[in-house]
Design a protein around this ligand. Sequence first.
Ligand code: IPD
Ligand code: CA
Ligand code: CA
Length: 285
Amino acid sequence: MPPLHTNEELPVDPAAVVALASEAGHLIVSMQARGLAEIRTKSTEIDLVTEADVASERFLSEGLAALAPQIDFWGEETNQAPNTEYYWIVDPIDGTVNYAAGVPIYSISIALNRGDETLFGLVLKLPSTDLYWAVRGEGAFHVHPDGREDRLQVNHVDRLDQAMLTTGFPYHRAQHKDNNQAEFAQLLPRARSIRVFGSAAIDLALVAAGVTCAHWEAWLNPWDIAAGKLLIEEAGGIVTTYGNDPYQLGKKSCIASNGQLSFHQELVDHLRTARTTLTETLFNE
Ligand code: IPD
Ligand code: CA
Ligand code: CA
């Protein structure tokens, strides 16, 4: 568990945020066990929102406000842009399609930002309760369900044909051809394996943990990526756009890797090659 913090830049004790996330985790796991009454759709017919997404977001926004009333809350479901120097960025359930179907791979993602910089982040993998957390400048850690804690460290794989990759497909995939099919087709025969787990926050945590080597995806939102990006950076990896510029929140594309530069460049090159085959492109990098 994160220790009580003396870091003056952090206005909140990370352990209190972990405790809240863990309560929210219990809430959504128990809601699923009781059966979900309502599953609605959002941007497209395959973009789901359940009553548990809404309940988790409400629980976290109220809990975080009680911890630090001066810090605005930016969550996926209410999506109110923050106005304060420090702010939370929260995905109340990342992997809702898995959650709604009963696939046991989903998470809660919470980041604390000061301006554009993420200072603290956690990804709580559910229902397993593996916790991944990081404080900027102090490292990233994995607390296993049995309480053991490891420091996160990316792996050193530097060849695509030895690399396990992850990715995800956007909710507009039925409407637009710029939907990661070209990129997937390019990388599939070249990588050791590609997995699509359905929770970008978990995908990023697995890169940080040295389990996988890289994750690529476009159209992620700040709540999908803020905490996971800090985990990766604190574990020695890098996060860029498809154009190989440093990733900043709000960018449309991301490659998060173990930081092996020739390997990262290989991914950049293959994604660029794949995208030249598209007749319609929805973003440029
Ligand atoms: C989604 C998941 C998925 C990714 C999608 C995200 P949600 O988040 O992270 O893995 O491929 O792009 O939108 O909708 O489950 O919070
Ligand atoms: Ca998400
Ligand atoms: Ca979500």
